[in-house]
Design a binder for this molecule. Structure first.
Ligand code: NAG
Ligand code: NAG
Ligand code: NAG
Ligand code: NAG
Length: 578
């Protein structure tokens, strides 16, 4: 009896211990779990934002689930049934999975299947379409035939049976906007998918690579890509369908499938002012400065009232102070070198203003329609009075590059792309000087619910989604971009100013500084060779040559010692990012 009870106790005890271990230790520290986890590809998990999407304040058509493209209603579906998967090839050699949209609302039809690489959690969507019944104008039609683009039959790869990818043949006056995937060689039935009337379609181009049998795309082989409209911008009508393109061989133009087009001149799908504010409260990023950062952001108003100066060409000796709101900055015109801004002249103030003022820092927001008003971009701009010198890594040495990379005035931005179907955050763009990168919500770090985290690199203030070192160069020598968490953080939702949303017309007053189109810093002349010589003095002989090559290979924008123009002069003001 007592032995029996003892055994039960021991069993219960060991269970409690096991449960507690799981609770106390992060999963990575439990060896048994690691081996199990590493075998499960990320695609087996469905990504969801950390917190539920809030219910948005009332508006017109934003987040109502359906957008009317002009006789064709579309809805965004992110519930899927898996059709077929490969377990090798593609990004990280983990394969890709092909899905059909499921839970399609009454009256809507599939326009194409969805696919994504297995190296990421399942996070995607496709549009499904419905002919506007009031006009019944034949926006959609069944295909007349299918052609087999590719099958995996002859391929010796790890896969779930065989996969067959079909291209619908559209009737005259219609176009295919997606593919069908099956697991048998029989042609799919014609009512599986719909083609779209040509005037509701827009030319597409390949975007990121989803899969191919190898570990990189092969121009002569089979490839699966994401597709986006060729023409993108605030005025462009092209709509991403979310389907994939499958093709053999290099880029054919035009592609065998197209994007959709929003033909309605005024889309009511965009958020109104109260909805914009709710979106900012839901998704405003936290921007972390590097712990060693000396050149902090500030509000533009702090810069103006703390000695920022306006210079005019030909009157270099008579700079004028800038009014509190920038109202005396020349408005409009072009970036013609006739005016520029600079730090205060006296040394003490100059050094003080260079360092910025984190307390005053604000985010400046530009709200704009994208992808035929099916998405809203919230571009979040941050101003730094000074961009510090670039830093090089030469083997184990870290070397500030003197004047190289320095300039007065630094504008950087992150952009949130939000679905107008449901208000969900889809992806975030991180600007890194004149380029940058989109990161899907599934690849972001979040804080306080659904607020993404961005890291501002030391001195250069480029934005990155993750902390760490990005080295530009090779062979242990390169330009450093360091990011790390610190107590210095800009909460862009706490202090922001909505500076522009053209579609809201007069609802927003653009500040005067936004319409100042000249440079926010002077052009400083210095000799790169002198800078190189200064630094070479401290380098061991064998590294001098490598260092010279590095600096000489730097893009003009890094060597450039010129202040930048403001947000409104940048290509992404009206265009897409990158
Ligand atoms: C947004 O739209 C709703 C519904 O039309 C309206 O009640 C609300 O006042 C609007 N908010 C703003 C700030 O325009
Ligand atoms: C479309 O929007 C413009 C600018 O906001 C406005 O002037 C015009 O009246 C609108 N047209 C329709 C059909 O609503
Ligand atoms: C701006 O400041 C200047 C002096 O620097 C002053 O003469 C002018 O009235 C101000 N302009 C505005 C629009 O406030
Ligand atoms: C690193 O920083 C330099 C300037 O400081 C910039 O030009 C470059 O694009 C950055 N590299 C990457 C990979 O972001």
């Amino acid at each position: 009896m007592s032995i029996f009870i003892g055994l039960i106790c021991a069993a219960i005890l060991s269970e409690i211990v096991a449960v507690e271990l799981h609770q106390v230790l992060p999963t990575e520290q439990i060896p048994a779990d690691v081996s199990k986890k590493s075998k499960i590809p990320p695609i087996e998990t469905t990504f969801k934002l950390p917190s539920p999407i809030p219910s948005w304040p009332p508006g017109d058509g934003f987040a109502s689930g359906i957008i009317d493209l002009g006789g064709l209603q579309v809805s965004q579906i992110s519930s899927f049934n898996k059709v077929w998967a490969t377990h090798e090839g593609g990004p990280d050699n983990l394969g890709a999975t092909f899905f059909e949209p499921s839970k399609i609302p009454q009256g809507f039809f599939m326009l194409g299947c969805y696919s994504q690489p297995n190296n990421k959690a399942l996070f995607g969507w496709v549009l499904v379409g419905k002919d506007d019944s009031s006009t019944n104008n034949g926006a959609l039609k069944e295909p007349v035939e299918y052609t087999l683009v590719w099958s995996s039959e002859s391929l010796k790869i790890k896969q779930d049976g065989n996969g067959y990818v079909w291209l619908p043949t559209a009737p005259d006056g219609y176009k295919a906007v997606g593919h069908v995937v099956t697991t048998t060689p029989e042609k799919p039935s014609l009512d599986r998918i719909r083609c779209v009337r040509s005037d509701l379609t827009d030319q597409g181009e390949t975007d990121s690579w989803i899969w191919g049998p190898g570990q990189t795309s092969n121009a002569n082989g089979f490839n699966v890509y994401n597709v986006r409209p060729s023409n993108r911008g605030t005025q462009a009508q092209g709509v991403i369908v979310g389907t994939f393109l499958a093709q053999i061989g290099g880029n054919s133009s035009p592609l065998s499938i197209t994007c959709l087009k929003n033909t309605k001149p005024n889309s009511s799908s965009l958020p109104n002012l109260s909805q914009i504010e709710a979106l900012v409260q839901a998704y405003s990023p936290f921007v972390y400065l590097h712990p060693d950062e000396e050149y902090h952001p500030s509000s533009v108003y702090w810069f103006f009232t703390n000695g920022g100066l306006l210079y005019k060409k030909g009157e270099e000796t008579k700079p004028v102070p800038i009014n509190t709101t920038g109202s005396n900055l020349p408005q409009g015109g072009s970036n013609d070198g006739a005016y520029w801004l600079d730090l205060p002249v006296d040394k003490a103030n100059k050094e003080r203003v260079k360092k910025g003022d984190l307390q005053s820092s604000q985010a400046y927001l530009h709200i704009k329609p994208m992808l035929g008003a099916t998405f809203t971009d919230i571009a979040i701009w941050i101003f730094y009075p000074f961009n510090g010198p670039a830093r090089a890594k030469v083997e184990f040495l870290n070397i500030p590059l003197g004047k190289i990379g320095e300039h007065v005035g630094d504008w950087e931005h992150v952009t949130l792309r939000v679905s107008n179907f449901n208000g969900e955050l889809w992806r975030v763009y991180f600007s890194e000087h004149s380029s940058g990168a989109w990161v899907d919500a599934s690849g972001l770090e979040f804080q306080n619910g659904n607020k993404p985290v961005a890291y501002s690199s030391l001195h250069g203030h480029a934005f990155y989604p993750k902390p760490g070192l990005v080295l530009q160069g090779n062979g242990g020598i390169g330009i450093r971009n360091d990011t790390a968490k610190s107590s210095m953080v800009v909460d862009t939702g706490a202090k922001f100013e909505l500076v522009a949303a053209e579609y809201l017309a007069s609802a927003i007053n653009e500040p005067a500084w936004l319409n100042y189109f000249r440079k926010w810093g002077p052009k400083i002349d210095y000799s790169i060779n002198d800078e190189i010589k200064k630094i070479e003095k401290i380098l061991p002989g064998k590294l001098k040559k490598a260092f010279e090559d590095l600096v000489n290979g730097l893009p003009a924008e890094v060597l450039g010692e010129e202040g930048p123009t403001g947000p409104k002069v940048k290509n992404n003001w009206n265009g897409d990012e990158v």
